[in-house]
Design a binder for this molecule. Structure first.
Ligand code: HEC
Ligand code: HEC
Length: 306
């Protein structure tokens, strides 16, 4: 059964089973850059007042986010978007909920200069690191020009490439291990396909590779405008990057505004607002069980640098 057909809103859609792909077990990284990037990822030196690191909001021990509706930056400042996980972010086609950064490297400059996150500016940060006994040497040993904005971003992005979570039960199932997931999870996967979730959530990240409107059949009362902020086009109002569902069981609360505490609520909402469907309790249960099989293995090097 390599091809399957969906009937959504009177339209016939035929998709290939491989629209969802397993996470590769490894991607090549430059070890020295990644080691430097890791040190920076955990170091509050990146923030203006040395209190907040990337790991403050992206806790690698618990899903790569912080479990809060909105995160706190320097001096207790509160953000307005839910923190997504950094795990598998490398596979997203653009970064951020509205896709404003084209890749991980471009993304890094966002939080460092965001006043409600790290509140720093690169001129000062580069100076700070240039005179730092450890960083001065590390940057020089890897990059000819030493510390620079470009190299700070480059090394952190290199580390983030290691933050991938292969071998989830579902990936093992995709690769042919029939016993890797339960019968109920298989049922959930069928529903995920035939009810149409897979139209938006597909690819390696089961999301993260296209934009869509938040709320197709009903108004979601979102106060954030999404892509509209960037393009100013009417049709981009409330359009967001479809989020990845990898490790979704670990990344509550859900949606760009963190409005739901449980996965079940998020799934029920999706069926009604994105698909205009009603689903039975058991169908929702099965989809939730399926989503839980998307939790992969954490990488080995996520401990803080001593
Ligand atoms: C104060 C909390 C906070 C800090 C500190 C922080 N982030 Fe984030 N991060 C967020 C929020 C919130 C978003 C989503 C913002 C948006 O989409 O508008 C985000 C988004 C991201 C994304 C995009 C993920 C995706 O799915 O689009 C990556 C990657 C990321 N951060 C990495 C980092 C790195 C690297 C650092 C350190 C340089 C960092 N973050 C520091 C809160 C934080
Ligand atoms: C038409 C596209 C579309 C369809 C179909 C769709 N989704 Fe979504 N999904 C989205 C978008 C867009 C978001 C992000 C909404 C936002 O801006 O907060 C999302 C968010 C989610 C989230 C929250 C993820 C997080 O990290 O916050 C879950 C869980 C989810 N979808 C599951 C499903 C399930 C299960 C189905 C099928 C019942 C489904 N989706 C159908 C587009 C879609």
């Amino acid at each position: 059964m390599r091809w399957f057909t969906l009937y959504i809103a009177g339209i016939v859609i035929t998709l290939h089973a491989s629209v969802i792909k397993p996470i590769p077990t490894e991607i090549k990284v430059d070890i020295r850059k990644a080691e430097l990037g890791k040190r920076l990822f955990f170091d509050p030196i990146l923030s203006k007042d040395n209190t907040v690191s990337c790991a403050t909001c992206h806790d690698l021990q618990s899903g790569g986010d912080d479990g809060l509706q909105f995160s706190f930056g320097i001096k207790g400042a509160k953000g307005s978007m839910n923190t997504p996980t950094v795990y598998n972010a490398v596979f997203n086609f653009r970064q951020f909920w509205d896709g404003r950064a084209k890749d991980l490297k471009e993304q890094v400059t966002g939080p460092i200069e965001n006043p409600v996150e790290m509140g720093h500016n690169f001129e000062e940060l580069v100076e700070k690191l240039k005179y730092h006994p450890i960083y001065k040497k590390l940057f020089k040993s890897i990059y000819e020009e030493g510390v620079s904005k470009e190299n700070i971003a480059d090394s952190i992005a290199e580390y983030e490439k290691r933050l991938i979570t292969p071998n989830s039960p579902f990936d093992r199932y995709l690769k042919g291990d029939e016993n890797a997931i339960s019968e109920q999870a298989k049922e959930g996967y069928l529903l995920f396909k035939y009810k149409g979730c897979i139209i938006c959530h597909n690819g390696v990240n089961i999301g993260g590779n296209l934009y869509n409107r938040f709320g197709i059949y009903k108004d979601t009362n979102s106060t954030e405008m999404g892509r509209y902020n960037i393009t100013k086009r009417e049709e981009d109002k409330f359009v967001f990057r479809v989020p990845s569902l990898r490790n979704v069981a670990l990344t509550a609360p859900y949606m760009h505004d963190g409005r739901f505490k449980t996965l079940r609520e998020a799934v029920v909402f999706m069926t009604q607002y994105q698909l205009g469907r009603y689903m039975e309790e058991e169908e929702i249960d099965a989809i939730v069980v399926f989503l839980k099989t998307l939790t992969g293995e954490l990488p080995s090097d996520i401990g803080r640098v001593p």
